[in-house]
Design a protein around this ligand. Sequence first.
Ligand SMILES: Cc1cc2nc3c(=O)[nH]c(=O)nc-3n(C[C@H](O)[C@H](O)[C@H](O)COP(=O)(O)OP(=O)(O)OC[C@H]3O[C@@H](n4cnc5c(N)ncnc54)[C@H](O)[C@@H]3O)c2cc1C
Ligand code: SF4
Length: 514
Amino acid sequence: MAKPEKILRLILGDQLNSAHSWLKRPDGRVSYILMEVRQETDYVTHHIQKVAAFFAAMRAFADHLRRQGHQVIYLRLDHPENRQTIRANLLPLIQSNGFQRFEYLLPDEHRLDVQLKELVAFLPVPCSSHDSEHFLTQRHEVKEMFAGKNRFLMESFYRRMRERFDVLMEGGKPVGGGWNFDTENRRPYDGSVPIPPPLVFENDVSEIVDMIRRSKVKTFGAIEPQQLIWPIDRPQALKLLAAFIADGLPHFGAYQDAMTLKSWSLFHSRLSFALNAKILHPLEVIAAAVNAWEKHPQWIAIQQVEGFVRQILGWREYMRGVYWALMPGFAGMNFFGHDLPLPDFYWTAETRMRCLAAAIGQSLRYAYAHHIQRLMLTGNFALLVGVHPDAVDAWYLGIYIDAVQWVEMPNTRAMSQFADGGVVATKPYVSSANYIRKMSDYCGACAYDPKKKHGEGACPFNSLYWGFYARHREKLASNPRIGMMYRTWDRMAAAEKKSILKQADIYQKDVNRL
Ligand SMILES: Cc1cc2nc3c(=O)[nH]c(=O)nc-3n(C[C@H](O)[C@H](O)[C@H](O)COP(=O)(O)OP(=O)(O)OC[C@H]3O[C@@H](n4cnc5c(N)ncnc54)[C@H](O)[C@@H]3O)c2cc1C
Ligand code: SF4
C-alpha cells in the first residue's frame, strides 16, 4: 500500500481563522507551520504592541490547534534554526521532514502574494493555494464591478453587499427606509450619554517583549508587557464583541465622527485587530450587531446599527477590493507630487497642537486612534503640509494595532492623502480648524487659536488649508465638489490671501516647531 502523502500547510500571522475548513478535524498527514520571522518584523518599523499582539495571537492559535489534535510546527523568532524568512525556512523544513506537498492560504498583502508565488515555483514538491475563508468578496470583485470607471463608488458597492448578504433588508428594500443615515451620524460628543470605559485585557506578553528586545527588532511606542490590552484569542475577541454590542453600539453611529479628550476610544469597537488577524469573521460581527438591534430596538436605533454594518460590510470589503484593483502601482501613487518628510512629532507627540498631540499621543500609548482621528487629524495635517505618501504610509502601517497593508494603504494613500487622484474619494479629506473645533473639545485646551488664520498663535490648520488649495489649484479647480472653495478664496482681499499664504509658508518650513 502506498504511504500517505505528508502535507505541510503554512498559516500566516494574520490568518488565525479557527473556523477554516482545513481545521475541521485533525489529519495525521498534515502539519501546520507558523513562524515568527524578521522579514515580517522589519519591513516597516512597527509599534511594539503590534508585534507583541501578533506573536501572542499566533502562539495562542498554535496552542489551540495542538489542543484540537493538529500537528503544529511553531518557529519562534529566537529559535536557533529560524532563518528569518518564509522562503529560507520552508525549503529545509520540507526536505528534512519529507513533506511531499506544500499548501498555503492566499495572503492579503501583495508583497506576500508575490513572494509565495515565487516560492512555489522553486519548491521541489507540488504546491497549491487556498482561500483564507475570511472575506465576503473575492480579491478582484471591486475591480470587476467598476471596470472602465475612473471612480469606484463605495455606496454602490455597499448597497450590493446589503442585498447580496441580505443584511438590514426587508422585502428587497433597506430597513428603515434608507441605505444610510450618515447625516444623523455626525454629532460631536456632548456628554449627554456616558462613554463606556474600554474593555481591556491584561495579557502577559513579557516573554515575547524580552525576546523582541533581545533580538534587537526596532520598534516604537509604549507597552506594559504584563498587560497587553488587545484580544489575542477567540474567547477574548468574543468578549470584546459582546462588550461593544452592550455598551458601544447603542451610540456608535451618532458619535462615530466625534473626538474628545475624555476618551481614546469613545463608542468604537476596537475589533479591528481581531478582525484583521481573522480571529473574528466579519459576518459573525455583523450578525451580532443586527441580532442585538432586532432584540432591543428600544436601545439600539437603526442608524446606530447601520453605521456599524456599513463599516464592515461596506468599507472593509471595499477597501480590500480597491487595494487589489490598484496594486502594485498603488504603492507608488503620488497625485500631488508631495515630497516632504513626516514631521518629527509624529514619533513623539511633542507638539503644541492639542489635537495632534492627543491623537498621536494615544496612538503611541495604545497603538490605536479611531477613524476620524486618523483621517481628519494626522492624515489631514500630513496632506496639508505636503508629506510624501510613502512616509505617511509607513507611519500608519507601523503605528496601528490593526495595520495590514491591504486595509492601511487604501485608507492612507487613497482616502487620506488623495494620492490616487480620486479613485476612492471624490475630493481630498482636508479641513481647517473649523471642522476640528466643531467635532472635538481639543481646541479649548490648545495653545493655538482656531479662529485665527495668520499672525501670533494662528491655528496651523487654517493657513495650511488655504495654502494647500492655492498650491494645487491646477489639479483641483475643475472638481465640482471643490469649486466653491476657490470661489471663497477668490473673494478674499488680496492682502488677506497674502498673509495667509505667508503664514502657511512659515508653518510648512518650520513644521517641527509647531
Ligand atoms: C489613514 C487611515 C489609516 C487606516 N489604517 C487602517 C489599518 O491599517 N487597518 C484597519 O483595519 N483600518 C484602518 N483604517 C480604518 C479605520 O480607521 C479603522 O478600521 C478603525 O479605526 C479601527 O478601529 P475600530 O475597530 O474601533 O473601528 P470601529 O469604528 O468600531 O469600526 C468597526 C470596524 O469597521 C471596519 N472599518 C471601519 N472603518 C474602516 C475603513 N475605513 N476601512 C476598512 N475597515 C473599516 C474595521 O474593521 C473596524 O474594526 C484607517 C483609516 C485611516 C483614515
Ligand atoms: S486650535 Fe488648531 S491646532 Fe489647536 S486643537 Fe484646534 S485645530 Fe488643533
